[in-house]
Write a protein that binds this ligand. Structure first.
Ligand SMILES: *Cc1c(COP(=O)(O)O)cnc(C)c1O
Length: 388
């Protein structure tokens, strides 16, 4: 080294040859890699990488160790065959369609699916001659009426965004399997802890990792997990697209996952307590929470789910003006006003429901609460002092 000029010495191209590199510590949490280039040890190894025979990453887009650990953790939690990580939950939904569909196909989307995913179907998939249809939010065996010869994929989300209807997943997957149609389920609400999509015959499970898994509102990320039958399709798609997520973000998601079970239990308990209390409030019409006996598909919830999370909604008896609704919302002290959910901070969104199929909530304002990890008594008192 000393024979080199200073400028050459400053270029640390071989840190792994430094004297301390051999004593790299084993920490509880994994080391985070940053890189585009991956250096091969010699030309033979480079040739091996070229033949696709190297087990580790050959380039930055080939998923560094923390990303691969997160994939493996997701695959085991979901009990699927292969998982891949995407830059957002929306990217995970979009990639599912792009991986499994081609021009000339027809896809069905449940009418309470995450809106930006629906928008992608209507605006982007249709450009590639993929036809999009909608099924009712509480669909079951009646899915038959919506199938076409060219139906390729059905996207489910149960409970669905903001109105929380539950689909009869096994009834739908049984029919889809007979016809060789791929079923994908957005499993963000229940997480793999409270619903096992593959046990219900689903082929592909989607997670917005941004929500409960990462858990701290500081990461945008998604995950797609496929069963054995479709594992190769997902693996090949991901490789061909050269998608990847930085190790530093995967690190945060993996760190969040360590406390997922504990956080979820508290979210569940607090949300149920608050939902139950709100049901008795004189100005509230309906509290929409699948774990409440009053929920229209409560029996399906009890059959398929092992727990509930902290996101639910309610409607007022009276349809308030924007001003009056604003008075209620702005009087809240503990609820942040903002999108996304699944983090420790309680949040609120409010908006009218628009559906393609008939819905009891059409035209109604839905107030959605993300119950965070504050004390539930404080959250309830906050809602009660603000409510009209
Ligand atoms: C938020 C959300 C998504 C999208 O996740 P991002 O990571 O925010 O892109 C997808 N599905 C559901 C059900 C969601 O709530």
């Amino acid at each position: 080294m000393n024979s080199y000029k200073k400028a050459t010495q400053t270029i640390r191209h071989s840190w792994h040859n430094d004297s301390h590199a051999a004593h790299a510590p084993v920490t509880v949490n994994p080391p985070v890699y940053r890189g585009s280039t991956v250096l091969f040890r010699d030309y033979a190894e480079m040739c091996k990488a070229g033949r696709g025979e190297l087990a580790g990453p050959v380039y930055g887009t080939d998923r560094f160790p923390v990303q691969r650990s997160l994939e493996e953790a997701m695959q085991k939690l979901e009990n699927g065959a292969v998982s891949r990580i995407f830059p957002s939950g929306l990217a995970a939904i979009q990639s599912t369609f792009l991986a499994f569909c081609k021009s000339g196909d027809h896809v069905l989307v449940v009418d309470n699916a995450y809106q930006p995913g629906v928008s992608f179907c209507q605006k982007i998939l249709t450009k590639f001659n993929i036809e999009v249809g909608f099924i009712p939010p509480a669909a079951g065996a009646d899915i038959k009426e919506f199938l076409q010869e060219n139906t390729r994929l059905i996207l489910l989300e149960s409970p669905g965004s903001n109105t929380f209807e539950i689909q009869d997943i096994p009834a739908i997957t049984a029919i889809a399997q007979q016809k060789g149609i791929v079923t994908a389920l957005d499993n963000t609400w229940a997480t793999p802890l409270y619903l096992n999509p593959f046990d219900l015959g689903v082929d592909v499970s989607i997670q917005s990792v941004s929500k409960y898994i990462a858990g701290y509102s500081d990461v945008l990320m998604g995950a797609v997990t496929a069963n054995e039958k479709y594992a190769a399709v997902l693996r090949d798609y991901y490789r061909d697209m050269e998608l990847y997520v930085p190790d530093s973000d995967c690190y945060l998601a993996l760190r969040g996952m360590n406390t997922l079970a504990t956080r979820l239990k508290q979210h569940e308990r607090s949300a149920l307590q608050i939902a139950t209390e709100l049901e008795d409030h004189k100005t509230i019409e309906t509290v929409i929470h699948p774990a409440l006996p009053s929920h229209p598909q409560h029996a399906l919830f009890q059959r398929d789910f092992t727990g509930s999370s902290g996101l639910f909604a309610f409607t007022f008896k009276e349809e308030y003006s924007t001003e009056k609704l604003g008075e209620f919302i702005d009087a809240l002290n503990l609820f942040g006003l903002g999108y996304s959910w699944g983090g420790y901070k309680s949040l609120l969104t409010a908006g009218k429901v628009h559906r393609h199929t008939a819905s009891r909530y059409s035209g109604k304002t839905i107030i959605r609460l993300n119950i965070g990890l504050e004390d539930p008594q404080d959250l309830l008192a906050d809602i009660e002092q603000a409510i009209p």
